[in-house]
Design a protein around this ligand. Structure first.
Ligand code: SF4
Length: 350
């Protein structure tokens, strides 16, 4: 095994921090032995906090409209072949009611940046959800909004907010997004969300076009510095109707290594084994758990719209009914020694 990489893994496990160039070295030396060592430490860091518990989030993809044009995303505004839909407030609440019966205690409302969902509309939905299920957490994943908008949503009762930073390197951000989108604004949004009292989720794609080891090292340093409550990372998977249609997907191996590193940076972080990971490998989510993840996000969206929310090609679980999804995940998790629990799944205090 590479001696310096092994020493860095030990250091990270002990101190939960590394210098930028050490992260870069580690990212460049994620061979099988190093990944195994990382995963072993990641499990050891997770177990005193979360044991073998897996938190589930009920994902409700409520709008596939988006005004943005991110080069990697199937929902981008320029994709004329994308079939668009919006769920009504009633449909969203019905998804949550069904999810509640199935044991979900967190609902994630996710959508493109859809101007139709004004603050007023979204706040009304959040209030209704919290009123119907006061013991549940509501997570929003609706992109960049103004600080005032975030403040209103927080006041309406939203508990958490997912906004992937995508890359901590401004030049890389500019190669993944059109000129109208700004890295500085994305970062400002994350700071606003934190200041307003949301539990915040950052995250990035692994293997996105033009990404270098130095970029990934910066992502890790950003996670170390910002200390988000949640971190969503998954492999980049190309979508056929985007400018990145012919780019190669990110790898399972690199994603697993990075999941373990992130667990070691922040042992109580909420770390999903993403659907994208399950898309590039049939046991991707199980392997994600073994690498240190502790969250899965099954889909609660109505069956007839699932296949339309295609951020990337080949997305799994677009046909299953909610109950089926939950059962399937419970079995998958049990198969590798983990237990899906009925719990809001807040970060546990170390
Ligand atoms: S990544 Fe998000 S903001 Fe960008 S085009 Fe897709 S849905 Fe819209």
């Amino acid at each position: 095994m590479d001696i310096r990489a092994a020493e860095l893994v030990d250091k990270l496990a002990g101190e939960h921090a590394l210098a930028l160039d050490d992260y870069e070295y580690l990212v460049e030396h994620l061979d099988e032995e190093v990944r195994d060592l990382l995963a072993e430490h990641a499990r050891a860091a997770r177990e005193p906090i979360y044991g073998h518990d897996v938190f589930v989030r009920g994902l409700i993809e409520f709008s596939s409209y988006c005004k943005n044009d991110c080069y990697y995303c199937g929902l981008r505004a320029s994709n004329a072949s994308c079939e668009r839909y919006r769920l009504t407030a009633g449909q969203i609440l019905a998804c949550a009611d069904r999810g509640y019966e199935l044991g979900f205690r967190t609902f994630v409302l996710q959508g493109g940046e859809d101007p139709r969902f004004t603050d007023e509309r979204l706040c009304a939905i959040v209030r209704a959800l919290k009123e119907a299920h006061p013991d549940c957490a509501v997570t929003l994943s609706v992109g960049e909004r103004t600080r005032e908008s975030y403040a209103r949503l927080r006041e309406a009762g939203a508990d958490r907010y997912l906004l992937r930073h995508e890359t901590a390197t401004p030049e890389h951000y500019a190669r993944l997004h059109p000129a109208g989108m700004s890295w500085e604004h994305r970062m400002q949004c994350l700071r606003d969300l934190r200041e307003l009292g949301f539990a915040v989720g950052a995250g990035f794609m692994v293997g996105s076009p033009f990404q270098t080891s130095a970029n990934l090292a910066r992502d890790l340093a950003f996670i170390q510095e910002f200390q988000p409550e949640m971190c969503g990372i998954g492999p980049f998977v190309p979508h056929h109707a985007t400018p990145f249609a012919n780019e190669p997907a990110g790898t399972l191996e690199q994603t697993l290594g990075l999941l373990s590193i992130i667990r070691l940076i922040k042992p109580n972080i909420l770390l999903p084994a993403t659907t994208a990971l399950g898309t590039i490998h049939p046991r991707g989510r199980e392997l994600g758990m073994e690498a240190g993840a502790n969250v899965v996000m099954p889909n609660l969206s109505p069956g007839d719209v699932r296949a339309k929310y295609l951020l990337y090609d080949g997305k799994i679980c677009t046909g299953d009914e909610a109950a089926e999804c939950r059962r399937c995940l419970e079995m998958r998790m049990a198969g590798c020694g983990y237990t899906v629990v009925t719990d809001r799944g807040d970060p546990r205090i170390v």
